[in-house]
Design a protein around this ligand. Structure first.
Ligand code: ZN
Ligand code: ZN
Length: 366
């Protein structure tokens, strides 16, 4: 008899998550089984719960970013550095898998995050296929999944505190093309905005202005590296005035949208300087149309607007390096405010949806 593994399953949008038993999988050659130490409940899970993402094969086991120790391996399994993976290794894995490497997106367009074959643990992998999500005591790492060692200096809580937001932030840094001394505005103080503030500062931005709320998140933003914060309790025109004041009347060199709001986009366009750049990372779901005056806010401004979708293996590895190098100064572990067991996931989702916490951690053995 295979051993039973407990997992929390999201049956569909607007339905309570329930805990089910799965059989421990028979591993094919090249596969590994992860004993989950921590996973997360992030904004994506709230979107999944509210049915805001298209093409999700419910029921699913959510939890797309997960870490733990290797429980079993079958055959020769190596990490991204080419070293053999062994039972007991502390690892993290890249949640995106089955990117084909052959399609237009993967090759000519060099946008692998838009590969149509791409699947993501905890989001586009159905529970019917097995343990493909982190809200489970064990996760099946199929052959080909990118696995990386977790340095001793990185705690499970710090890795998941950064979690998907930190990977997105590593991508934002690429897209922002920061120059030494730049002034940056980050719209949003959620998990993405907080990690973006930290990495943009470490990348050479002299000034990192975080706009968001509630107030406890702005306090955390300062601990992450923000040099100034602006609360959403201020009306939009006062927020703009404050950014202009902080940037010598010019506006920021780079504005990063990590708020997921159509109004934030309209506001952010006004905050960028002439010839500046605007990176859109928070519009992960369709939050409706924005009203833009293309003459005033884009063309005359000579503004560069860049999308930022998903993340690649390089961002995953940069996130790990950032945690190792800066984890003692940047409190990623504080983003995961509370840890929940599988039986308390509905509560965790509600806490995340109500913005009571930036992110909930999941310990499936609790
Ligand atoms: Zn492809
Ligand atoms: Zn996430």
């Amino acid at each position: 008899m295979p051993r039973a593994v407990l997992a929390a399953v999201m049956p569909g949008p607007h339905q309570p998550v329930d805990v089910r038993e799965f059989a421990e999988p028979d591993l094919p050659a090249g596969a590994a089984l992860l004993r989950t130490a921590r996973s997360e409940v992030c904004g994506t899970d709230v979107h999944l719960w509210h049915g805001r993402l298209a093409g999700v094969p419910y029921p699913i086991i959510p939890g797309h970013v997960t870490t733990g120790t290797i429980d079993a391996v079958r055959g020769n399994v190596t990490d991204v550095h080419g070293r053999a993976i062994r039972e007991g290794d502390r690892v993290a894995f890249f949640d995106v898998h089955r990117t084909c490497g052959r399609c237009l997106a993967c090759t000519a367009h060099r946008t692998p995050t838009r590969c149509p074959s791409r699947r993501v643990y905890g989001i586009t992998d159905p529970a019917a296929e097995g343990l493909f999500g982190g809200w489970a005591q064990k996760v099946y790492l199929e052959p080909g999944v990118v696995i990386a060692p977790l340095a001793d200096a990185i705690s499970f809580d710090a890795y998941i505190g950064g979690g998907c937001g930190l990977l997105t932030a590593a991508h934002i840094v690429d897209r922002a093309r920061i120059s030494l001394g730049d002034s940056v505005v980050v719209q949003g103080a959620g998990a993405v905005g907080l990690s973006a503030a930290a990495l943009l500062k470490k990348s050479g931005a002299a000034q990192v202005i975080v706009i968001g709320g509630p107030s406890d998140r702005l306090v955390l933003a300062e601990k992450m590296g923000a040099t100034a914060t602006i609360g959403l309790d201020l009306p939009p025109e006062d927020r703009l005035a404050r950014v202009l004041d902080l940037t010598g009347g010019l506006g920021a060199d780079v504005v990063v949208e990590a708020a997921g709001s159509a109004r934030a986009f309209e506001e952010g366009l006004r905050m960028a300087r002439n010839g500046g750049a605007y990176v859109i990372a928070g519009h992960y779901t369709n939050v409706g149309d924005s009203t833009v005056n293309a003459h005033e806010h884009i063309n005359r401004k000579h503004l560069d607007i860049r999308g930022c979708w998903g993340s690649e293996v390089g961002h995953f590895l940069r996130a790990l390096r950032a945690l190792e190098a800066y984890g003692s100064e940047v409190p990623w572990h504080l983003i995961g405010a509370r840890t929940y067991g599988l039986g308390a996931i509905n509560e965790a989702l509600q806490d995340a949806a109500d913005l009571r916490i930036p992110k909930a951690l999941v310990d499936p053995w609790m």
